[in-house]
Write a protein that binds this ligand. Structure first.
Ligand SMILES: Nc1ncnc2c1ncn2[C@@H]1O[C@H](COP(=O)(O)OP(=O)(O)OP(=O)(O)O)[C@@H](O)[C@H]1O
Ligand SMILES: [Mg+2]
Length: 348
């Protein structure tokens, strides 16, 4: 499937605009703050129904407006498919989302089942390597969820059960009262927590099965914080003192290593370019995962990555661009760094 057109209404700084895309390379160019990243984010939202920046979802809606719509036309063989996402403000910070495929309303899950995949590269993703364990977990959760809907459901159920469990621990101080109130939530956090751990481990195995990128070899270690009924009963008195859940996959961590070096933990000792290469390694594996999962090539979204490319990864990026429908943002100065000739240029 390829994206051919996108109509966006009240999304970020766009009140109403329409764009066409090449099945190969489309470049979005423009001065700072013209909306390059916002347009790329609209494409991402048309694929995943959500933005990719750290802000809350309500901030996708143009200031002072009540709703926004991204309306994408995709081509699947010779069939046209229309994917629409609408976000409606329902409170100070809350939004309701509506999904349509070919004008028929769908659940978020059905929408995703029909829709393609996209892989996003942005310079700030270096934080997957250098950032906190929670940022790493969020990254892996997003990747696994995009191919495994059951994982996404487990994640939601786990987070919800964990919240409720923490509430119980806040309120009850007596061990037997707490146990009575906890038993329902314990069963849920164990069931879903174990599922998350198992699937995270399996994705980490997939990464370790594909360790190479541009002559470098990476390795990732998964440090699960295992949850089980036994672990929960062992830790209960401590949890009652701390008044919160102390075990489970919300405490998992990951470490990435570059092979062939002594101090080779990339987050701690890697140079900027080694850390960037580690991001490329993860991203290439996202592409591989999506291709394996659906036999269909994902859409490649590149936000402002040309400014930071060195000779080493430039070739890699050009290869990826050749192989995928690509939408890339760039500034005027960096345009000559792109070897591939764009078929469509969107000037903002
Ligand atoms: N919800 C919103 N409503 C209106 N404007 C917004 C909203 N969210 C962001 N903006 C504004 O949209 C403008 C475009 O932002 P964007 O990040 O897309 O620019 P850009 O072209 O990628 O810039 P740069 O070259 O600096 O990366 C900014 O001025 C930003 O403040
Ligand atoms: Mg930008």
């Amino acid at each position: 499937m390829v994206l051919s057109k996108l109509q966006i209404t009240n999304f970020r700084n766009f009140s109403s605009s329409s764009f066409e895309f090449s099945p190969n390379l489309t470049l979005i160019i423009g001065e700072n703050a013209r909306g390059k990243t916002s347009l790329l984010e609209a494409v991402y939202a048309s694929v995943y129904g959500t933005g990719f920046r750290e802000s809350r979802e309500i901030e996708l809606i143009l200031w002072d407006q009540d709703d926004c719509i991204v309306d994408g036309q995709f081509i699947d063989g010779d069939v046209k498919q229309r994917f629409q996402v609408q976000l409606l403000k329902t409170g100070e910070t809350r939004v309701q989302k509506k999904f349509y495929v070919n004008k028929t309303i769908k659940s978020a899950l059905q929408y995703r089942k029909n829709q393609m995949q996209a892989v996003l590269f942005a310079p700030e993703q270096i934080r997957i390597i250098t950032g906190s364990p929670s940022r790493k977990r969020r990254y892996f959760d997003t990747v696994i969820s995009s191919v495994d809907h059951a994982y996404k459901k487990s994640l939601r159920s786990y987070e919800n059960a964990l919240r409720r469990r923490n509430k119980v621990l806040e309120v009850y101080q007596n061990e037997s009262d707490a146990l009575r109130e906890l038993s329902y939530w314990n069963a849920l956090v164990v069931e879903h927590g174990m599922e998350l751990t198992k699937k995270r481990a399996s994705y980490i195995q997939f990464l370790n099965d594909h360790p190479h990128v541009e002559g470098k070899e990476f390795r990732i270690e998964y440090h699960p914080n295992n949850i089980s009924m036994l672990v929960l009963s062992d830790v209960l008195s401590k949890e009652l003192r701390f008044r919160r859940t102390l075990v489970g996959p919300q405490k998992d961590d990951f470490e990435i290593f570059l092979k062939g070096k002594q101090h080779n933990n990339v987050s701690l000792y890697g140079s900027r370019s080694e850390q960037r290469m580690a991001v490329f390694w993860l991203k290439l594996n996202e592409l591989k995962l999506f291709e394996k999962d659906s036999k269909e090539k994902p859409l490649l979204l590149l936000d402002d990555i040309f400014s930071e490319l060195d000779d080493h990864n430039r070739e890699l990026v050009m290869k990826m661009i050749k192989d995928h429908q690509t939408i890339a943002t760039t500034t005027e100065e960096d345009i000559q760094k792109i070897v591939q000739i764009p078929e469509v240029i969107i000037e903002l």
